[in-house]
Write a protein of this length. Sequence first.
Length: 453
Amino acid sequence: MFENNQYPNQEQAQNEYETQGSSIRYGSVPPLKPEAEPETGKKKGFGAAAYAKKVLLAASLGLFFGLCAGVGFYAVNEATSAGQKENNVDAAAWGINSSGSQENMAASMNTEKRAITMVDSDITSVVKEVMPAMVSIGNEYREVYSYFGQTFSQEAKGAGSGIIVGENDTELLVVTNYHVIEDADRLTVTFIDNTEAEAQLKGSNAGMDLAVLAVPLSELSEETRSKVVIAELGDSDSLTLGEPVIAIGNALGYGQSVTNGIVSAVDREIVLSNGQTGTFIQTNAAINPGNSGGALLNVEGKVIGINSNKLSSDANIMIEGMGYAIPISAAKPIIAELMLKETKTKVADGDIGYLGIQPSTVTAEISKLYGMPRGVYIRQVYAGTPAETAGLAKGDIITSIDGSAITSYEDLQEEMQFHASGSTVEVTVQRPAIGGYEEMTVMITLVSREDIQ
């Protein structure tokens, strides 16, 4: 019987864990008005002589000002010409003539004088190439809730995304987030041509929020098989800030959609709801519910991350422009391991086998603080159960079952859903010893819940 309790009271370390100028105008001198005829008795001819002198003076002044203006205009023209010549030298280097028209400017940009990097925002070719490797995932499960002390359940559906990462002789393999397929009673995968097929769990790692699904090739038509492709996994370790990225996924369950952005941060540490601390890629590309398990791609179309919407909500930072993805370089070895596991089929609830222990999670903090192995701590072994028969004891820490890593109580619950009563499983535990822990492996034949009760 399982019970998700807090950390146990183990002796010593184990019992505490848990932004005008003016201008001058030069014009003609206006004509002087003739003086009136002199009165009788005055000298005749004096008025004409004065008038002539004034005309001569006006003409002289006109010539003087004209000369000054000419000299000024000449100087300005020379200065302007010199500037144009200098500018024309620079313009020639850029392939632009003196009138300002452009000649082969694009080619000139690549000369040794200047180097300009252009970023093409058209991502259609990349999307077209990788979209056949993207799938939508449907999860049918039973939602359990309590109401006035009574427990009820109802059928529910969830949606997520996945990436085709491999193929063996009999199966097409798809990677997604663990939380996308968690508690599933039935999983379906929808491909590029909108055909749907049922999928089974190949393997999972709840700690890394990763899972691999298997779709029997026999369930796919030749037409569908000819349209799907296997995604190419890239290198997230070489990512740089500001690098453009593309996110593809089944947003809100409506079907595949595409968003783009940049790498906002690398090696971003986030503490998850289970107490574990993970390192992720941060991007401003929109990642919404349903995008989880989908691909974060570079401009070459290589997968550099696995999107996770759940990370944002777990950290209480559901803020626009902040999305997260599991770095592919960290996920690669885990994906490779999960792809090699035997495909699992869940057994009916009444047929699930039980160990007969009271379990508790050894979290990352507890493990670091007390030096305890990550896994499921056994608080109690019930009498007359398979666990007792196999020799398990209080204080043992379960770390794997049939080769699947167990790092939490949730891992244990998930794993046991694939083992029926009467089946035999290999259980690896860490047992307290002088100076630390020692590993031991036991074979346990499971029994039904009724037998334990």
